[in-house]
Design a protein around this ligand. Sequence first.
Ligand code: FES
Length: 116
Amino acid sequence: MNWWNDDEFDEPSEQSFKVCQVDQLKEGRGRISFAGTTRVAVFRIGDEIFAIQNACPHAGGSLGVGPVSGEVVACPRHDWRFNFRTGACLDQGMYSVRRFPVEVREGAVFVTVKTS
Ligand code: FES
């Protein structure tokens, strides 16, 4: 028996959550939803769907309500732009946003996040 508890060192697990229906997503507009307790911003381009963290890494602006152009969303607070396909910030190279795996099942959008 160890003096530490092995359970404390478990890797975080992942879980998939339904966040919306595909037909609720409109091109050129984000949608904010929860994947478990994680707030995500979801975007659609044609048949492709993307999910990123909703909170801007600069000062927490809500990316899901920012203006969208192609695969880029601008933060509504200070206008930093993020490519939601890659997560890269186009204005501040040292910043990026977390991207989450997306899956569509029977018309519903599922986003996978780490839970621990
Ligand atoms: S909070 Fe997003 S650019 Fe400042």
